[in-house]
Design a protein around this ligand. Sequence first.
Ligand code: RM4
Ligand code: MN
Ligand code: MN
Length: 426
Amino acid sequence: MKIHPDDITTFNQADENQRAEDLDFLTRRLTSSGHDPDKILDRLSDLQIAIPSWALGSGGTRFGRFPIGGQPRNLDEKIEDVGLLHQLSQMAGNISLHIPWDIPDDTERIKALAAEYHLTFDAMNSNTFQDQPDQKLSYKFGSLSHTDPFVRKQAVEHNKQVIDYGKSLGSKSMTVWLADGSNHPGQTNLSSALKRTGDSLAEIYAHMPADWSLFIEYKPFEPYFYSTVIPDWGTSYLLASETGERAYSLVDLGHHLPNTNIEQIVATLISRGKLGGFHFNDSKYADDDITVGSIKPYQLFLIFMEIIQGTATSPHNPDIAYMIDASHNLKDPLLDLLESLDAIGLAFLKASLIDFEALSDAQNRNDISRSSAILQDAFHTDVRPLLREYRVRKGGVHDPIRFYAEHNIREQLIRNRGKNTLATGL
Ligand code: RM4
Ligand code: MN
Ligand code: MN
């Protein structure tokens, strides 16, 4: 769905004066403490977040699913939905595809459609955690790590095919999230499974064009509960280092055991130039995949602090591929994604306000209280006027969530697509 520019203008004009006042207040505060708001907004513009093609419908749990009407019925409609998110927020200029959930029928046509919505294709995702109806061998006991070389070959071939789709769509990277693991002690030989995985990844890597990157995602448990072959950042880093220069780790916020210091992992990976991808979501317990920033907004702020600081001091880390990897069981998926984009924008802006020079000075003097004060000062600044200004300047709306509700977008989608449509994905 494309929103008519007049609707955007009308919406933005409604409380223009109040917004200008709020912005003025914040700008004065920021400039007096040495910040350049325009520069910060330029950097925000570089922070484009990919939307996964599998998160545009209602998700489910293993117990049930409560579908919302108007879900995208095919890839074209998914692109439309991401286009809408981008038009409103100006922060979602990329789409990430999961194969075989979203196989493009005609890559040239799909690429052109995405371009109409100002979207490009970010990392491609393979799927060897489910068996497909036409598949010869089963992944029940693993894929890239399987004991049977024929199953491994089938899984490697699938990954190569995903790369080929990505090539024709203009993507430049491939994410491998390997679900392989075991449920019972003794079920697999842990070190042999890791070795076989490394060999399979090497084959996938060799198939990538020279300007592509490979992202290796880790996860401590689920779908298997005793072991996963790539459980943590250390294993992912190890595999990435062994696989090649353009192989990197991918951090997904939900893929850690409770209370893990994720910002420290981010800092360590960036310092070695190995943080390639980042999946946003939030969680209370495990891979809950709920709205970004809804549970731990301070953690998100600290992560952006490490990203901003780390990429400035370790320039050899590549541009990080950001994606929202969430699942929407109760909320309207599009609204949920807009909320997540808001949370990401706000955390980034707040982290941009940290006085890094003063912080480094306080750290060198071991002045803990001063260090904390610097962080708190940035975190408690209300940066919403700046995020609204960013959107209006770029042609979006100052408050995408309100716009979405006031314009009854879901009702329109239900009218156009139907009440009982189903989207492929989680
Ligand atoms: C996994 C992981 C992957 C995503 C799948 C659908 O838990 O986060 O990134 O592709 O879910
Ligand atoms: Mn993920
Ligand atoms: Mn996950």
